[in-house]
Design a protein around this ligand. Structure first.
Ligand code: SF4
Length: 359
């Protein structure tokens, strides 16, 4: 009897998390993962061409990436659920792709109750009914560990790379780490890649002042984490010899705290009493943390049309006034220019550097 065709599954490109998804799909679920091409101007042109005008920019990025994944051979797409209108985007994306003539299976996580464990089993069975549960769980946990390692090493990288006197060693160590994660096939590959990267980053002597400029980055989930979408904001800051801190990661948002972030909400009750969106509570909490720790500035990032993060802005203004910390507000859409961003960052840098000298 002919063997059932193995799925070729894909998920839109999102920061560097594709390596963990690839690992989970291939090792835990035993399906083929189609890595969508890296995001480019072409991805954005495709996404913008077929998207409604009024949607937020991540929709356009995701649509462009899904088209590229289908063109690369994917026969199954996964779409995340979400606490804002992201939760409705799956249906719209699927319809647009079908109208374009693509044939595929669409696994929309918004169709499942992601608070219930049995729903995860349904999703796993749909992806591969023959999967071995024990093997699947072990490899799935290793995939999640890869997410944690990715966030930890990325965080270390942006804190230090601006102070690497060679200008290349830190970058090379980080790139080698990413390559190790994208090519990992087993637990030992993941652990070895992580330990090698950690050791290398720690062994590079940094030329860091006793009190470097420290900037906290907060903002909308997709744009804050995806370097392509924020026009490499963190690398640009690091290249100006700024120590960059960002709490918003998959690890912190989902693996350590989970949706709702109850414990964080209690800590900001004096600033706002209700959740205003998927990431608002965490952003407000972390912005105040940075202010209390004496950071030199905050940068708030959001996509054009992101209502939840627009609601965060007045609270950040209050934090700015209370703690006398400057905040740069950046809104990204498909037209945002790299040169325009660089100019605004340089002006912000000059201001916080001058302010640090005075105070
Ligand atoms: S958080 Fe904002 S940008 Fe992200 S999907 Fe929701 S509305 Fe769009």
């Amino acid at each position: 009897m002919a063997e059932a065709k193995r799925r070729s599954i894909s998920f839109p490109r999102y920061a560097e998390y594709g390596c963990a998804l690839k690992y989970i799909m291939e090792q835990a679920l035993d399906v083929k993962y189609v890595m969508p091409p890296a995001l480019t101007k072409h991805t954005m042109e495709l996404g913008t061409k077929y998207s409604p005008d009024y949607v937020c920019t991540p929709f356009k990025t995701v649509l462009g990436s899904m088209i590229e994944a289908l063109e690369a051979g994917a026969d199954t797409l996964i779409m995340t659920h979400g606490l804002c209108r992201l939760g409705y985007y799956g249906e719209l994306l699927e319809q647009i792709l079908r109208d374009l003539g693509y044939q595929f299976d669409f696994i929309n996580l918004s169709d499942y109750d992601m608070d219930k464990k049995k729903e995860y089993i349904k999703i796993i069975r749909r992806i591969n009914p023959k999967v071995n549960p024990a093997r699947c769980l072990a490899q799935f946990m290793e995939g999640l560990r890869m997410v944690e390692y990715l966030d930890e090493i990325t965080g270390e990288y942006y804190k230090g790379c601006g102070f690497d006197p060679t200008g290349t060693e830190y970058k090379r160590a980080y790139q080698d780490f990413l390559t190790a994660m994208y090519t990992a096939h087993c637990r030992s590959d993941v652990e070895t890649g992580y330990r090698a990267a950690k050791g290398r980053l720690q062994s590079i002597p940094l030329d860091k002042p006793a009190q470097p400029l420290r900037v906290g980055v907060v903002g909308e989930f997709y744009t804050a984490m995806d370097a392509f979408s924020n026009l490499e904001l963190e690398q640009k800051l690091a290249d100006m010899r700024v120590e960059v801190h960002r709490w918003m990661t998959m690890t912190n948002q989902f693996l350590h705290y989970g949706n709702g972030q109850k414990n964080l909400r209690i800590k900001i009750q004096d600033l706002c009493q209700y959740d205003m969106g998927p990431t608002a509570t965490a952003n407000i909490w972390y912005a105040r943390q940075c202010a209390e720790r004496g950071f030199d500035g905050l940068i708030h990032i959001k996509s054009a049309g992101c209502t939840p993060e627009i609601d965060v802005m007045p609270v950040l203004q209050n934090i700015s006034a209370d703690y006398k910390i400057p905040v740069l507000y950046l809104t990204y859409d498909v037209q945002t220019s790299d040169v325009g961003l660089q100019t605004r960052l340089e002006a912000f840098y000059d201001m916080i550097a001058m302010r640090k000298k005075v105070f």
